[in-house]
Design a protein around this ligand. Structure first.
Ligand code: B30
Ligand code: ZN
Length: 269
């Protein structure tokens, strides 16, 4: 695990030694504020195929820094059969972006875990649906370009009831307790089922980076401030996972980065 990265403050300050982009001027995450954003008339994000079941076999991976759902690429037979990967376009997205993976950032305590801060609120968890610009063949190629990726970010806050959509993931977390554990899910689900109930007409968007090394400045961010509920039992399953050093995998969020000369846009109808 020589190039593993850690989330402690001293560790985060060292990211840029190996990954120069982490010291760039358009990094993520940032603090989002209604009053500091530019209201803009723009279409909502079109989420095409978000209601379809994801292709299987889905894998759920504890990679030591997050839990990631990896989505298999479609083979030719599936494509001939009319299947396609869910994708997004619209808003200020520079093209069409296919879904690649989904992962989470969470805290050890309820008042932290999310990466972006929304109107001074640090939510309990943030989910990232990662997409690759269709004009690039692989994510690693896409990350070399400013228009390479798009991440839709969703926030979670505590609620007494279990979130049924999240259960598709949550009930498997105990099967991947340690770093580099993975499990193949025998059931699939739709992206729409996880973000069910969110007001997708309300969002912030800005140009930034991956929030982990290599911190590539390739991401158009879209963040939905309307939080999704998660129960105490559900968040505790995330907190029970272990990281690479066998410590608790918690507080896997990056420090806020300077906005610099960038502008954040907020959709108005
Ligand atoms: S995030 O949404 O900004 N947190 C990547 C994508 C999105 C974000 C962060 C990273 C990404 O594609 N990283 C390169 C691929 N990774 C594999 C992975 O996603 O699990 C390689 C790696 O970093 O070692 Cu972790
Ligand atoms: Zn992320």
């Amino acid at each position: 695990f020589a190039n593993m990265f850690g989330y402690s403050e001293p560790n985060q300050r060292r990211w840029s030694r190996r990954h120069g982009h982490c010291a760039g001027k358009t990094q993520s995450p940032i603090a989002l504020h209604v009053s500091k954003s530019i209201p803009l008339h723009m279409p909502a994000v079109d989420m095409i195929g978000y209601h379809n079941l994801l292709p299987h076999p889905l894998k759920l991976v504890n990679n030591g820094h997050t839990v990631s759902i990896t989505i298999p690429k479609l083979d030719d037979a599936a494509k001939d059969n009319g299947e396609f990967m869910p994708y997004v376009r619209g808003a200020k997205l520079p093209g069409e972006f296919e879904v690649e993976s989904v992962h989470f950032h969470w805290g050890d305590k309820n008042n932290r875990g999310a990466e972006h801060v929304v109107n001074d609120i640090r939510y309990t968890m943030e989910m990232h649906i990662v997409h690759r610009n269709k004009k690039y063949k692989t994510m690693s190629e896409a990350l070399d370009y400013a228009d390479g990726g798009a991440v839709l970010g969703f926030f979670f806050n505590l609620d007494e009831d279990d979130n049924n959509g999240l259960q598709a993931i949550n009930r498997h977390l105990h099967l991947i307790p340690d770093a580099n554990n993975e499990v193949t899910l025998n059931v699939t689900f739709s992206l729409a089922s996880i973000i069910n109930g969110v007001d997708i007409d309300k969002f912030y968007t800005y140009k930034g980076s991956l929030t982990t090394p290599p911190c590539s400045e390739a991401i158009t961010w879209v963040l939905y401030p309307d939080p999704i509920p998660i129960s105490p039992k559900q968040i505790s399953r995330f907190r029970q996972l272990a990281d690479v050093q066998d410590g608790a995998l918690v507080d896997n969020y990056r420090q806020l980065q300077p906005l610099g000369s960038r502008r954040v846009f907020m959709r108005v109808g």
